[in-house]
Design a protein around this ligand. Structure first.
Ligand SMILES: [Ca+2]
Ligand SMILES: [Ca+2]
Ligand SMILES: [Ca+2]
Ligand SMILES: [Ca+2]
Length: 394
């Protein structure tokens, strides 16, 4: 058997080292806390040594067609002692003839199962006792993990092993300790995954380069996860990025704002949301904020930035990307849509009248009735609605 995949191939750093120019096309990492995790369990049918079972998850990145440069994953060592293990990752295209119950094709073609020789990668790690960690690298070699073309899903397979490991900070995990290694389950915030994971029938150390592995789909219930959760392996995939910068200005808004105003910026390629950003414009600063939103460096041509907030109308700005970033310029948001209905109309005037005299912060009714954010709902707010009357969302 070819065991090249067991070599530790990639220098690994913690997440703090992630460079800004990396763009996530999939992110299912917990923001800090998490609830769900699964033990992979020692696979007694493995013949090469101490090897865990493999768990695979369906992963739909937001875009693709380029090599990944970054990958992150999680480990949990529930042992009371530190252990040394490899965390291994194999990848399959979701192109099996059989579908998961959620409709996603099961693991089919082993990714890179052609030329050059099939690959996967392993990270040799020293896991502290009773510790959960997020690990990541932004230095994947070219061709290691080609993200499939946009719309094509893949399956990410993870397992642990301690085959032929020499001791490092900790001794290699034995079979009993391997039973106490887990990984976090967390639903993606970028990209999507359905409520299923795939448990292959064969031992993980036999699946290297194997197409169409047999196995079983498990949903959150089968994994004993609470209602409302989804069976998703916590990991992230990043590609080289570029930045789109600009400024957003809140029209007809006073400089010394009584309340925070929030603007959401979405980066859209056609109907696909590639990234989003939440900009909070602070009171006592100004009505203009700088923004920087990332995009894949491979993305060229027109993309749309969609700005929205309340009581501002939605505005679309088209930016032409050439791979090295772009300046969206100054983006001004039109005021007056108090009820966020997509149009400045009579209902907005009615709302301001209803809330007339309210003082913010601390008022009652709709805070956006204080259209200019002066701290009081007054005649100036009605004037702004009238001045913008008839305007609509882009
Ligand atoms: Ca899933
Ligand atoms: Ca709005
Ligand atoms: Ca309205
Ligand atoms: Ca006002």
């Amino acid at each position: 058997m070819n065991k090249n995949f067991l070599a530790s191939m990639v220098a690994i750093t913690t997440l703090a080292g992630i460079a800004h120019a990396q763009f996530p096309v999939y992110n299912a990492l917990p923001p800090g806390s998490f609830t769900n995790y699964i033990f992979l369990g020692t696979d007694n049918t493995a013949t090469t040594g101490v090897v865990s079972a493999m768990v695979m998850d369906d992963v739909a990145p937001t875009t693709g067609g380029m090599d990944a440069t970054g990958f992150s994953f999680t480990t949990i060592n529930a042992n009371t002692v530190g252990v040394r293990v490899r965390a291994n990752f194999f990848f399959w295209l979701a192109d099996s003839a059989t579908n998961a119950p959620t409709g996603i094709p099961n693991p089919g073609t082993y990714l890179l199962n052609s030329t050059p020789a099939p690959t996967g990668f392993g990270f040799t790690l020293n896991l502290n006792p009773n510790a959960a960690n997020v690990w990541g690298t932004n230095a994947l070699p070219a061709g290691f993990l080609p993200v499939p073309a946009p719309g094509q899903k893949l399956w990410v397979g993870m397992f642990y092993d301690a085959v032929n490991l020499t001791a490092g900070a900790f001794p290699p995990a034995d079979a009993t300790q391997m039973d106490n290694l887990a990984t976090i389950m967390f639903s993606p915030t970028i990209g999507t995954s359905t409520d299923t994971v795939f448990a292959p029938t064969a031992a993980a150390d036999t699946l290297f380069g194997v197409d169409n592995p047999a196995g079983t789909n498990l949903d959150h219930t089968a994994l004993l996860m609470p209602a409302g959760s989804s069976a998703d392996l916590s990991c992230a995939i990043r590609v080289p990025g570029q930045n789109i910068t600009g400024t957003v200005t809140l029209n007809d808004t006073v400089d010394a704002m009584a309340l925070f105003r929030n603007v959401t910026i979405k980066l859209m390629q056609g109907n696909t949301e590639l990234n989003s950003l939440f900009v909070t414009v602070n009171p006592n600063t100004a009505t203009t904020s700088n923004f920087t939103i990332g995009a894949p460096a491979s993305l060229t041509g027109p993309v749309t930035l969609v700005f929205d907030g309340s009581p501002y109308l939605k505005k679309n700005v088209t930016v032409n990307l050439a791979g090295s970033g772009a300046d969206a310029g100054a983006v001004a948001l039109q005021n007056g849509d108090v009820d966020n209905s997509t149009e400045v109309d009579a209902a907005d005037i009615d709302q301001v009248i209803t809330d007339f005299g309210q003082m913010w912060p601390g008022g009652t009714g709709m805070a956006s009735s204080d259209v200019d954010d002066s701290g009081e709902v007054d005649a100036a707010d009605i004037d702004i609605v009238i001045a913008n009357f008839g305007a609509m969302d882009d």
